[in-house]
Design a binder for this molecule. Sequence first.
Ligand code: PHE
Length: 438
Amino acid sequence: MRVATVLLTTFLAACSGGAPETKEIVIGQYGSLTGGAATFGLSTKNGIEIATEEQNAAGGIAGVPIRMVLEDDASKPEEAATTVSKLLSRDRPVAILGEVASSSSLAAAPLAQAAGVPMISPSSTSPKVTQVGDYIFRVCFIDPFQGTAAAQFAYNTKGVRTVAVLTDVKSDYSVGLAQYFKETFVSLGGTIIAEEAYSANDIDFKAQLTNIVSKNPDAIFVPGYYTETGLIARDARGGGYKGILLGGDGWDSEQLVGIGQDAIIGGFYTNHYSVDDPSPVVQDFIKKYQAKYGTKPDGLAALGYDSAKILYQSMTEVAKNPAHAAAFADRSAVPATEGARKAARAALRDELARVKNFPGVTGTITIDKDRNAEKPAVVVEVTKDGPRFVESISPGGSTAPAPTGTEGAAPADGAAAPAVAPAEAAAPPVEAVPAAAK
Ligand code: PHE
């Protein structure tokens, strides 16, 4: 379903009073605007919309306005592939933004790759996504890092020694994150005492949780999305579980607490940014977002914004070549111009691969040789008033213990989230920075 055609039609009046000719540059976007992961797609759309308005207010790309064509994939990977194939053939976009869910990005990425159209996922964290090919990028960290960060937080900061893992076995994201978490947690000395499975759209998790609760783990790791996680939390607490609930970025939704209610309060998850970060780039974005949408942006909105900003910056650079600028605005089906269009998109791919030290809302973004971004993660706590910053974890690759003495550190309410730059390749291992106590 075509749900929105955002923005700007500027008319470049034909010189001698003829019919005005519309010139525009089309970008495709696909996401989950409905279904079990609807808030992912909606937040991402909002973030991208702000970036697109800013770019158009500044003259678009080399004077030509951007038009965003957005398609809903209903939170289903099969639909993601269908919508992207429609975008590619109908709209001939210069580039594509999406998806959030790794399984949906994985379903659609081969189509963008085959068409030679750069695709940027704002937030898919499965390593497999960018492995599809050299036209596929992301602006977020990947799950080997996120899983390590979650395991270190559990073991080092919370003193967790036994964990049960409850995985969505149909989700590439969930399966991968569960595996990376387990590897690090076991290597630190922890024990996985139960492993259970579910599938997206399940609504009853009592059987799995009866088994888990009987083993009484210190924590239950739930690398799932917010809808199922909320229900899992209720079944866990309903079954008498008193330990820690822990997860990853898939928990990031304003609906998590609506679904999980009291059961999810006090849970912890790793994420891409924190609204408590005092840095001006974060606070400016929050202000703009709140003015337009009336809520605080979640991590998806921030990543959506960053992905579009990076795309437009790279397009602007490529459009300095007049032939490429013309090819960006060319959507004709005429084979004669096909070569020029392909060349412009290839130049855009090369430009995206060169992105370095981009000052994103979600941290400094450098695209690495695998087309991923190495950035810090944050750990937040679920509260009634939204996610609260607990600590920031920098990439570094190894699993050495974080500084001790952070156990029980009081989460800072509105306090400064230390801005932590990604570690250099040779820098010391993953480093946890607790929130400043009040
Ligand atoms: N990282 C998740 C995935 O790859 C998607 C996600 C990102 C969800 C950020 C919430 C917040 O499937």
